[in-house]
Design a protein around this ligand. Structure first.
Ligand code: UDX
Length: 432
């Protein structure tokens, strides 16, 4: 099949590359010429393990075409995926759909024979209706079907999540469009997952409902962690004890410093915005947003407490700053507000992250990127394990820090409190 991915950001590029690896010819279109030129030179603009190798293999086999030529890509394709960004509007909860509607208007001027238009970007419920309205003339001539096919890709695991999804959700009432999407996904659904056809709004709702639920699950275990700290219970035992119940499930029950990333924060807010528009009170999701925002402050106060409020000139090391491992993404990473606070408290902050130096942190005073873990930890007063990169999981802190008294704040509970006690290291976990 001939496909066109409009937008070569995280969703468009990963999906386009994976679709090409299934044997399809995929045009990846972007208006950013620099990005397209880099892609044509084999330079990948995003950090996604495994992507480069698959991209190069399919580019070489001429199944992947990177172009700024919107008209040519659309005219040569059967299915057009809209994969442009839908960021949260400034000082609002609503998703900015400008880029989505710009594409719809461009499609209106380009399409002259039947095409399936698919929104893969996360778009608020009823967006498909609005796109269809823009394409009304084409719709009346039966030249387009507008479909919702949300992605469930996790950063750092996107290739695996694409090839082995738990489910493929396709929202359309058009038999023709449904059959085409089903045959497109056949190589994937044959393996392990379910293909699920619902209404277009149903598919849009499933995406938000899923992300908001995962955010709820994480906030739930994070708040329980606070109670565990007060009652001397280990939250990891609670996660295990709860998660063994299949109705609950063990995944997304790891207590941490607050969820971050480009999705959970954006999607929970957009869902509230939609609910407000339809005069429905989603009180649980509202409280999840509040709880997660409050958590960042809570853990920052805990840092201050560990330092006995003596922060001046203290050397604080962050091991990992990204919102999760195996990505370079800093969007809504809880390390940013924590570092801002500690910088104002005159701490000397160092960090090491396997994905490299971060421009988001270079603006904060007294923050320095270190090229190695040992440089970052040397003579540190407090080591904060913020992101659970594998490379942090077997460190000998006594050897690294070379200082008698220092503390560890393990925000991802990757170390054992008992072992730390044996090594006479002051150790703090989350919910333990
Ligand atoms: C998420 C959804 O998982 C994915 O299905 C959707 O398509 C996009 O949004 P992503 O944002 O890449 O994926 O990361 P995810 O792995 O879900 O983690 C999100 C945040 O939750 C991270 O900050 C992570 O550290 C945190 N998290 C995750 C926890 O704190 N505890 C957990 O148990 C799991």
């Amino acid at each position: 099949m001939k496909l066109c991915m409009i937008g070569t950001g995280y969703v468009g590029l990963v999906s386009g590359v994976c679709f090409s690896d299934l044997g399809n010819t995929v045009y990846c279109v972007d208006k950013d010429k620099k990005k397209i030129d880099s892609l044509n030179n084999g330079i990948i603009p995003i950090y996604e393990p495994g992507l480069e190798e698959i991209l190069k293999r399919n580019y070489k086999a001429n199944r992947l075409i990177f172009t700024t030529d919107f008209k040519k890509a659309v005219s040569n394709s059967d299915v057009i995926f809209i994969c442009v960004g839908t960021p949260t509007k400034r000082n609002s909860n609503s998703a900015n759909l400008k880029y989505v509607f710009d594409v719809a208007h461009q499609l209106k001027k380009t399409i002259s024979k039947y095409k399936i238009i698919v929104t893969k970007s996360t778009v608020p419920i009823t967006t498909g209706d609005k796109i269809e309205k823009i394409l009304k003339r084409l719709k009346n001539k039966k030249l387009v079907d507008v479909v919702s096919n949300p992605e469930f890709l996790r950063e750092g695991e996107a290739i695996r999540d694409f090839i082995y999804p738990d489910r493929v959700v396709v929202g359309t009432s058009s038999k023709r469009a449904n059959q085409t999407l089903r045959s497109l996904y056949l190589p994937i659904i044959k393996k392990t997952s379910r293909y699920f056809n619902t209404s277009r709004r149903g598919a849009e709702m499933i995406k938000y409902a899923s992300n908001a639920f995962l955010a709820t699950k994480i906030s739930y275990i994070n708040e329980l962690a606070n109670l565990c700290e007060k009652t001397g219970v280990d939250i990891k035992d609670v996660s295990f004890g709860m998660g063994s119940d299949e109705r609950i499930g063990e995944r997304f029950l790891r207590a941490g410093p607050a969820y971050g990333g480009s999705c959970f924060p954006k999607d929970t807010r957009a869902l509230i915005d939609t609910a407000n528009k339809f005069e429905t009170d989603l009180s649980i999701v509202k409280n999840v947003i509040k709880s997660n925002d409050k958590r960042k402050i809570l853990l920052t106060q805990k840092i201050e407490k560990i330092l006995n409020k003596k922060t001046n000139n203290k050397i604080i090391t962050f091991l990992g700053v990204t919102f999760k491992p195996n990505t370079d993404d800093m969007r809504e990473a809880s390390s940013i507000p924590m570092m801002n606070f500690l910088s104002k408290k005159k701490c000397k902050i160092r960090y090491f992250d396997p994905s490299g130096e971060k421009k988001e942190l270079s603006k904060i005073k007294n923050v320095k990127f270190c090229k190695s873990i040992s440089l970052a930890c040397f003579k540190s007063d407090l080591i904060i394990i913020h992101t659970e990169w594998n490379v942090f999981k077997l460190l000998n802190f006594r050897k690294l820090v070379k200082k008698k008294n220092f503390s560890i704040y393990d925000m991802r509970n990757i170390y054992s409190p008992i072992k730390m006690k044996h090594m006479k290291i002051r150790y703090y976990g989350v919910g333990r």
